[in-house]
Design a protein around this ligand. Structure first.
Ligand code: ADP
Ligand code: ZN
Ligand code: ZN
Length: 707
């Protein structure tokens, strides 16, 4: 047996902050190309790794070196290409994480567990027959607005922001652009991302229906966390080998290996779920832009309510700003079939009886819709029955003992549940403090809404004289696998008259018979300390309004306009004013003006460092000490980076862990990046000092979405 003779650098997942560098060296019997998947020993385990580019990657082993040898090579899988490795390296650098961590998180989990022989067997199994047919795709005629967008996307370089009203036919434009590209080049691949798993089934149906007859049954694959590990591996391999032409997925799909990538679509690009909130806190939308530029793929962002970042980046040139933004803005204002957008009805809750959940006019409107056989959708962004239980006699509240939050009252299963740490109790019959039986729910959640609607509509009949049917969709009703699909199918099939739910039902769904949407209690977000709260609320309400009246022919036959109702104690608030006229542009202009004056994103760049510890003092002490160290060392970038003092998070304690954070802000992204890179090792050193022993973890969040 020849002695191992070549040195290779391998990216693998080492325990975080273990002090081990990004790449580890191993010995190999033969040279291995960068991107090759290998199994290597790490401590007493054997783990998956990727051979990485390194200057000395093929150098000779020094005499007497005792490097450990590569344990196995996953020969069946082609090496991951340079664009993929560059994407991973960039994401690691930009989001301040270890290279190996990002690389391993980007690969399907099952790849980590399979030995080369097992993988080889898996690869032998025939997949669905790919292969093109001569069947021409029967395309529907595009509207003039769609055609104009399509031809510009085809002719120009991008990146593009497709700013199209809800129901303007954005998805149809995506389908056309994908088709055009796949037909022009038999090796081309497209990546289409959606914000939430619950939006993938409907989209998958549309893509498979359109493309499978032409490009083969295996041409479209999905990638999201709702899939089993074997399914994910299968999709991943299909994309990596080039057999899959289209990958549909959630944010994780941005890391899919796609050697023929030519187009990336990011649908509902404003959606916060594109930002990963654990581990490496990357933005899939921002990485899509980067990846597209690097790999020479077109990038198409789409939304009816673009993020202010993308809106600003797509500003047209003006005399004062002759360059304009980097993105090309494409506008599709009209709904398909000349359907009208929902008429917005605001109810001033100051004029309503004190405890009314449904104002009289809203209830009347829902009743009329039910009587005509139309569907309504009621939105409340809080699940459970009531957010807190309260004792009238002594003031006790159902506080979670482990978090600075209330336990939520769930009536269906008689529990008090903390939505932050999961701590669950049976609902007490008497006040745990004073023994009084006089304990009551305060506030309301979707369970209560469903219950009250059932009572309020109990006498209301549908056109066929049967009683109104009410359904609820939220995280509690959709826990079981397939439950959400089944519930949505019921709505689509017309088996539900009034649908109650959280934001889960507000986004993306192409409901055909919903004619009324109501937000019963949207005020909470108006006075939030988060500067993005009104942007998010506006987007959510516009999205929700967009679920109504999507079928122009149906609306014409019904003869009444579709409506979006908002119940508020501040009905004249700017958010609702802009909603009334569906005027995203005016809303964005006003918000951007405020952001510019306050030097906030997108006019500045931010990052957070968060520290978790047993006490606030330790958490904040760590941040203060690390800041002092940075200042003492005069780190690069400090002159243009503002470091704010540490503060507790809004929900300060979760699962008995105290959380603090500090904000960094700069007008220069480069300076902020340079500072963070220099600070990272200093944070590690600070952490290892004895006075910060109580620190549990710290993490960096670059371009944070919530502050
Ligand atoms: P969006 O993604 O902008 O909300 P969709 O692409 O889902 O809109 O389109 C809304 C509805 O209009 C869908 O049911 C779609 O099939 C239909 N549609 C889209 N484009 C056309 C067209 N050119 N002609 C007829 N119907 C269309
Ligand atoms: Zn009490
Ligand atoms: Zn808790």
């Amino acid at each position: 047996m020849p002695a191992p003779s070549t040195l290779v650098q391998v990216a693998l997942h080492t325990p975080s902050h273990s002090g081990v560098g990004d790449l580890l060296s191993y010995a190999s019997e033969r040279p291995l190309a960068p991107g090759t998947l290998v199994r290597v020993p790490l401590g007493t385990r054997e783990v998956l790794g990727v051979v990485w580019d390194a200057d000395e990657a093929t150098g000779e082993l020094p005499d007497g070196a005792t490097l450990r040898a590569v344990a196995g090579v996953l020969d069946g899988v082609a090496p991951l290409d340079l664009p993929w490795r560059r994407l991973v390296a960039f994401a690691a650098r930009y989001y301040q994480r270890a290279l190996g961590e990002i690389a391993m998180a980007a690969l399907p989990p099952q790849l980590r567990d399979l030995r080369p022989e097992q993988l080889a067997r898996r690869l032998c199994r025939p997949g669905k027959a790919a292969g093109e047919t001569a069947d021409a795709i029967q395309n529907i005629a595009l509207t003039a607005e769609q055609e104009s967008a399509r031809s510009r996307i085809s002719a120009e370089k991008g990146p593009f922001l497709l700013f199209g009203s809800t129901g303007s036919g954005k998805t149809e434009v995506y389908l056309r652009c994908v088709q055009e590209m796949l037909e022009a080049d038999p090796t081309a691949q497209a990546l289409v991302m959606v914000p939430e798993i619950n939006l993938t089934p409907q989209l998958e149906e549309r893509f498979v229906g359109r493309f499978a007859p032409r490009f083969g049954a295996g041409a479209v694959v999905s990638l999201h966390s709702g899939m089993t590990n074997p399914q994910r591996l299968k999709s991943w391999l299909a994309a990596h080998s080039g057999n899959a032409r289209i990958v549909l997925g959630t944010r994780m799909a941005v890391f899919a290996s796609l050697p023929g990538l030519q187009l990336i679509v990011v649908d509902e690009e404003h959606d916060p779920s594109y930002k990963q909130q654990e581990g490496a806190r990357y933005s899939a939308r921002d990485l899509a832009i980067w990846r597209g530029r690097e790999q020479g793929a077109k990038v198409l962002l789409g939304s009816a309510t673009p993020s202010l970042e993308s809106w600003h980046a797509s500003r047209p040139p003006t005399p004062e700003d002759p360059e304009g933004g980097r993105y090309v803005r494409l506008h599709m204002p009209s709904r398909i079939g000349a359907g009208a957008l929902a008429r917005v009805r605001r109810v001033d809750m100051n004029q309503q009886p004190r405890r009314a959940v449904f104002s009289a006019p809203l209830l009347q409107a829902i009743t009329e819709r039910v009587a005509r056989g139309e569907q309504s959708m009621i939105l409340l962004n809080r699940r459970g029955y009531a957010p807190v239980l309260h004792c009238v006699d002594c003031g006790w509240k159902s506080d979670c003992p482990h978090c600075s939050a209330h336990q939520v009252f769930h009536k269906t299963d008689r529990t008090l549940r903390c939505h932050h740490c999961g701590y669950t109790l049976r609902v007490p019959r008497h006040c745990p403090t004073c023994g009084s039986p006089d304990i009551h729910p305060m506030g309301r959640g979707t369970e209560q809404l469903e219950e009250q609607l059932s009572a309020l509509l109990s006498e209301v009949l549908r056109p066929d004289r049967t009683p109104a049917r009410i359904a609820r969709i939220d995280a509690d009703t959709t826990k079981a696998k397939g439950a959400l699909e089944a519930q949505l199918a019921q709505v689509h099939a017309g088996e539900v008259d009034v649908l109650v739910g959280t934001q889960m039902i507000a986004k993306g769904h192409d409901f055909r018979r919903i004619t009324l949407v109501a937000a019963v209690q949207p005020d909470g977000a108006l006075f939030s300390s988060d500067f993005r709260a009104s942007e998010r609320l506006f987007a959510l309400l516009m999205q929700a309004a967009g679920r109504a009246g999507r079928d122009a022919a149906y609306m014409a036959a019904q003869g009444t306009p579709c409506e979006m109702w908002v119940q508020s104690f501040h009905p004249k608030h700017a958010v609702f004013e802009a909603l009334r006229t569906h005027d995203y542009e005016a809303f964005a202009a006003q918000q951007l003006k405020e952001r510019e004056e306050a030097a906030m994103p997108p006019f500045s760049y931010q990052a957070l460092v968060r520290a978790d510890a047993r006490t606030q003092d330790v958490a904040q002490g760590f941040l203060t000490a690390a800041t002092a160290a940075a200042q003492a060392a005069g780190l690069p970038g400090l002159d243009v980076v503002t470091l704010f003092p540490p503060v507790p998070l809004t929900i300060q304690r979760v699962a008995n862990v105290e959380r603090a954070q500090m904000l960094m802000e700069s007008s220069s992204r480069t300076a902020l990046q340079r500072f963070l890179a220099a600070w990272q090792p200093m944070l590690q050193t600070t952490r290892s000092q004895p006075e910060h022993k109580g620190l549990i973890r710290w993490l960096v969040d670059v371009d944070p979405l919530a502050i």
